[in-house]
Design a binder for this molecule. Structure first.
Ligand code: FES
Length: 110
């Protein structure tokens, strides 16, 4: 087991996370207010932008392949190096999903 430092930019928060646990589970244990909902890699609520470092997140099904390079779903992501994360930053696909939902709602109103 290897432990890495995860720093959250803009908050001064820093935690140690092993490569055997998810970043979200450690956040919950440490009392860090990381948002989450589904905890299965689908809703994107727990997203964070990867400012520096690498994660492994093969089960992050809510992200496209390209988004996986720049965003971590903290409920699925395990550190693969020391990390700097920007919590509450969402990948572009979540904006597309929101626009689709708004379009569907507008169409339903017609
Ligand atoms: S909590 Fe839903 S994707 Fe992580």
């Amino acid at each position: 087991m290897t432990e890495y430092t995860v720093e959250f930019v803009g908050t001064g928060e820093e935690i140690t996370v092993s490569d055997k646990e998810t970043i979200l589970s450690r956040c919950i244990e440490e009392g860090i207010a990381q948002e989450y909902s589904c905890r299965v890699g689908m809703c994107l609520a727990c997203s964070a932008e990867i400012v520096a470092g690498e994660v492994t997140q093969p089960a992050a099904r809510g992200l496209t392949e390209q988004e996986r390079e720049n965003y971590a779903l903290t409920c699925m992501a395990r550190p693969a190096s020391d990390l700097r994360l920007d919590r509450g930053k969402y990948p572009p696909s979540i904006e597309a999903d929101a626009a689709d939902a708004a379009g569907d709602a507008a169409a339903a109103d017609d």
